[in-house]
Ligand binder design. Structure first.
Ligand SMILES: *Cc1c(COP(=O)(O)O)cnc(C)c1O
Length: 364
């Protein structure tokens, strides 16, 4: 028996055994009718998860690849964009923008807080040059979910793309790309979709698509024109991660079998349960508007959060997430998305409780 390994991190997340098994099947070639059939099936399945009628493109990349694709295909150097920075992943958006010589206006939100839809509307109304607004569905680093429905409503009719990084939020927090007026939606394989890392997804709405030809930023690997042409034949321009796509089919089958609605409901219930247990342990929750995919809690002042996580991982084989950047050592995060079950959460929380108690006694 290999040692127990329980992943309770908001990416990567545990992969169901039938998905792992599907990925272990012998390879077949991708320039075949067999692959086209598979790719059509998964691409259509992804549209149902994003809740969109627009095409969803699959890249062999981690999620950040699709974030980059969402900027380079729709902008030119010097374009002004608004980036909501409420944590590590908002920050990543403006770093990508900076690397491509975009002028990013940053809407800074304190860690643990949600961006105010009114503030976004105001910023967009004040600056008619803004080409797009970039933000997360769930800012995974703080465990906050943004009110994308309301943000979409307020930006309706404005001449500005709404770009949403739903990498951790998808299939955990409610998300409706078309109904909410979202132009570009991004996700990745290793979070709610229950796959290993390696696939990134970008759903491209019609309004965004029309801006592609005028967008002059250099691009090659992520040039959507190539993917668009290939997708007409349910194909990809470059060698796809065939095994991961086979796994994706299995993961989507699992999602459809349970039903997306039920999954969202289950995530909500599990998130509420987790928050309740965290409060019972005497810990304070970190997110003002908590996501259903991940719960962040504050580490008591006298305790080093990173040490606690190290101990739990080494002794129990359970991986929880710490804080990133300035939040390092200050918060602990536990995921309850995808294949993570209530029993897993219980294991994680009990291990955390024990470790905290021990530290408390040692320090007294
Ligand atoms: C995980 C995650 C990413 C992407 O990270 P990769 O390491 O590139 O897969 C981006 N944004 C959010 C909100 C995430 O949770």
């Amino acid at each position: 028996m290999p040692p127990r390994r329980l992943l309770l991190t908001p990416g990567p997340t545990p992969v169901p055994p039938e998905v792992l098994r599907a990925q272990a099947e012998p390879l077949f070639h991708h320039r075949t009718a067999e692959y086209q059939k598979l790719f059509e099936e998964v691409s259509r399945g992804l549209q149902r998860i994003f809740k969109t009628r627009s095409p969803v493109y699959t890249f062999t990349a981690s999620g950040t690849g699709a974030m980059e694709a969402s900027l380079v295909n729709f902008h030119s150097a010097g374009d002004e964009i608004l980036v909501v920075d409420a944590g590590k992943f908002g920050e990543r958006f403006w770093r990508i923008a900076k690397a491509h010589a975009l002028k990013a206006q940053i809407l800074k939100v304190p860690y643990g807080k949600a961006v105010s839809p009114a503030e976004i509307e105001e910023a967009v109304s004040k600056n008619p040059n803004l080409k797009s607004v970039c933000l997360q569905l769930c800012e995974t680093s703080t465990g906050v979910v943004f009110d994308l429905k309301e943000i979409g409503r307020r930006l309706r009719g404005k001449n500005c793309l709404l770009i949403v990084d739903a990498i951790s939020g998808l299939a955990a927090d409610r998300f409706e790309m078309d109904a909410w007026g979202i132009d570009l939606a991004i996700s990745g394989s290793q979070k709610g979709l229950m796959l290993p890392p390696g696939l990134a997804f970008l759903a491209v709405g019609e309004r965004a698509r029309q801006q592609m030809t005028g967008a002059m930023l250099p691009r090659f690997y992520f040039d959507l024109a190539l993917y668009e042409k290939a997708l007409k034949d349910w194909d990809t321009p470059f060698t796809p991660a065939i095994s991961l796509v086979v796994g994706l089919k299995e993961a989507l089958r699992r999602i459809e079998k349970e039903g997306l609605e039920k999954i969202l409901k289950r995530s909500e219930t599990l998130a509420e349960y987790t928050r309740g247990e965290v409060r019972k342990m005497g810990l304070e929750l970190f997110a003002e508007r908590p996501s259903n995919g991940v719960t962040a809690m504050k580490v008591p002042a006298e305790i080093d959060g990173e040490k606690i996580l190290y101990e739990i991982r080494e002794k129990e084989g359970i991986t929880l997430a710490g804080g990133q950047g300035e939040m390092k050592g200050e918060i602990i995060r536990i995921a309850h998305m995808g294949f993570i079950q209530k029993e897993d959460i219980d294991c994680g929380l009990r291990a955390l409780e024990t470790a905290l108690q021990k530290k408390g006694t040692q320090q007294r």
